[in-house]
Design a protein around this ligand. Structure first.
Ligand code: SF4
Ligand code: MSK
Length: 632
């Protein structure tokens, strides 16, 4: 198959390590997403891109043209109704994905509390904080007993039918008031997803404003419910991230080790693999086949989870998953759920690499399935590693772009940001607020979400540099954070190289990078808490909508990113994407880009050009500063 590195577009969108690899004969034999883009040779459907294609019933599909009377749906649905329904269903799907991930983490947490996994309750301080939120007695009780009660109460939140999710009360009081007033406080996590799907079924909710109310409630069930549960309980079980040095990019693979990459989102198995990779039996087996050991490396958000907590290197982000395998140097790629391309099993055809699916919910043709049993976590992990070790001797032609790896400093949980800026004995967000008030830091910009192949992959870098240069502190998660890491922005030195005077001064004083890696996709919930802490510290208004803060997920690929965007907007944070599937519906677009502001104090926006997008973020931040009277 012709190699895609001859394609202008691909030369645009690949990073240095990817281009290096694609230029090797070995990689030219592999068909990747870059080839598939070239081969498709057709542009996306305008109705699909504009959000006005409806296939919610069998009278359609109906393609709607806004303003043309004869071009409403067979049922009479207008462009605004259809676009709102489609947008809301994206949010429901994204929320469902975070939810099902979170449920597995809670189940693993319960099993850990019962002593049925190789893990333990590590962060007792956070356990007690969470216990308090859930009204659980801690005095004189064993940590596992508290954890078991917490796990069971957390699990009940998924199926809860009435009332409010427990962590809603962590939000600023004014935020809670707004949610209660408009009736969007999530009652139970699964209930909000189900109701969203029902209300967007043919012939139910026909009013886009009303559809978007449930979309807000559904997304809030994600941010302040599922994702937050996942982050907090995972921290309690595996440890809350603290700053650590690590390395990222394809060059982290090792020639003389058995390379095992972990890809997906749920870190239960990956944590077990980390433990098993140091098992004497495994190390002896690796030596027996001539390897120096097992080199574990992450991909996508499973990668982020073990990077943040253990400093395990990340081999690649979403758009690099095929490249990791194209090196020919990976003995096994172990995948769990989400963001795993079906092409992976084809990329390794003819190679010694095995793609190992591990979850009954996510199987793949031509992959090997080894079911991960949480009660047998350690043995499952060892079985997987033995499989990879057996492949080591079969490795033939391979290429590792050894010089393509970069140092990063990661591990910025909201607790860490607290300590870094406030000091261990005076941990608080007050110094951050003070620096924002005195103007050294202009505000906070979140760069989150995925990567995809439509736009150049230096989008994250360009946006981040523009923000940093203008003294905006960047908080990053997901594959966006990895992209910034590959371009050197997650090093403390980047403050000296890129930041404006004020931000540089702050970063140099505490030795932190100007862009902080906050975690995986579910860890966007850490940002909600960080924003809340800023409100609670005082001086920057009474709710999130008054803070000089703005978010973006420019290269979003996944439905999860839209759910994240929606829970930020509904929590009062302005969010700008490069594009959204709403352009075919005028009134709906006006509503989510303006009308929502009247309800939540924030709305969505779009801007394709990365520099203009960053400037819009800065303008939004300056607007908040102005309103607070601190824009000196
Ligand atoms: Fe067409 Fe209405 Fe059916 Fe959608 S729900 S496919 S607009 S008839
Ligand atoms: S993995 S959801 S591509 S960030 Fe979380 Fe990356 Fe986006 Fe998947």
């Amino acid at each position: 198959m012709a190699k895609s590195n001859g394609c202008d577009k691909c030369n645009d969108i690949t990073g240095a390590s990817t281009l290096d690899l694609l230029n090797q004969d070995l990689a030219k034999q592999v068909r990747t997403a870059y080839d598939r883009i070239e081969d498709r040779g057709m542009s996306a459907c305008l109705f699909g891109s504009g959000g006005t294609c409806c296939r919610n019933c069998n009278m359609g599909p109906c393609q709607i043209i806004d303003g043309v009377e004869s071009m409403v749906g067979i049922c009479g649905a207008t462009a605004d109704t259809v676009a709102a329904r489609n947008f809301a269903r994206i949010i429901a799907a994204g929320t469902a994905s975070h939810t099902d991930h979170a449920r597995e983490m809670v189940r693993g947490f319960i099993a850990t509390a019962k002593g049925e996994t190789p893990h333990e309750i590590k962060d007792v301080d956070k356990l007690h904080k969470m216990a308090k939120i859930f009204g659980i007695e801690t005095e004189g009780r064993d940590k596992n007993e508290i954890a078991l009660e917490l796990g069971e109460k957390a699990l009940a939140e998924f199926g809860q039918q009435e009332g409010e999710l427990a962590m809603v009360k962590r939000a600023p009081a004014k935020q809670q008031e707004i949610w209660r007033k408009v009736g969007v406080v999530p009652r139970g996590i699964d209930r909000e997803i189900t109701e969203m799907m029902h209300r967007t079924h043919m012939g139910v909710d026909q009013e886009y404003q009303n559809i978007m109310l449930q979309a807000a409630r559904c997304a809030l069930a994600d941010g302040w419910g599922a994702s937050m549960l996942s982050t907090e309980l995972t921290d309690i079980m595996f440890g809350t991230p603290t700053p650590k040095r690590a390395i990222v990019d394809l060059g982290v693979l090792k020639e003389d080790h058995v390379n095992v990459t972990v890809h997906g989102h749920e870190p239960l198995l990956a944590e077990s693999l980390c433990l098993a990779a140091e098992d004497e039996e495994i190390l002896a087996l690796a030596r027996k086949v001539g390897a120096k050991g097992v080199n574990l490396a992450g991909v996508c958000c499973t990668g982020n989870e073990i990077l943040m907590r253990r400093g395990i290197p990340v081999a690649g982000s979403f758009i690099q998953q095929e490249m990791v395998l194209a090196t020919g140097a990976v003995e096994a790629m172990v995948v769990d759920v989400q963001c795993v391309m079906q092409s992976l099993a084809q990329v390794v055809k003819g190679k010694h690499t095995d793609i190992i699916t591990t979850n009954y919910r996510a199987k793949m043709p031509d992959a090997i399935h080894i079911q991960f049993e949480e009660h047998e976590a350690y043995n499952s992990a060892k079985e997987i590693l033995k499989h990879a070790i057996n492949n080591f001797k079969k490795r033939r032609e391979f290429y590792i772009p050894k010089d393509k790896k970069l140092d990063v400093v990661v591990g910025f949980s909201h607790e860490t940001i607290n300590y870094m800026l406030g000091g261990r004995f005076r941990a608080s967000y007050r110094p951050l607020n003070d620096n924002i008030i005195n103007g050294r830091i202009r505000g906070v910009g979140a760069i989150v979400g995925c990567e995809h192949y439509k736009y150049a992959d230096d989008v994250h870098f360009k946006i981040a540099v523009e923000l940093i240069k203008n003294n905006v502190l960047v908080l990053a998660t997901g594959c966006a954070a990895q992209a910034l890491g590959r371009r050197g922005l997650l090093r403390p030195e980047a403050a000296t190289e890129y930041a404006g005077d004020g931000l540089r001064e702050v970063c140099e004083a505490v030795g932190m990078p100007p862009a902080l890696h906050v975690g995986s996709c579910v860890d966007n919930s850490r940002l909600l808490i960080a924003l809340t802490e800023m409100v609670n510290e005082g001086g920057l208004g009474e709710d999130i909508s008054e803070l000089p803060a703005c978010g973006t997920a420019p290269l979003y690929m996944s439905e999860k990113a839209v759910a994240i965007g929606q829970y930020f907007v509904s929590s009062g944070a302005h969010v700008i994407f490069q594009n959204l599937p709403i352009t075919g519906a005028k009134k709906f677009t006006e509503f989510i880009k303006g009308g929502m502001k009247e309800v939540y104090g924030a709305c969505w926006d779009t801007e394709e050009d990365p520099i203009k997008l960053a400037q819009k973020m800065i303008k939004a931040i300056d607007g908040k500063r102005e309103a607070l009277g601190i824009n000196k």
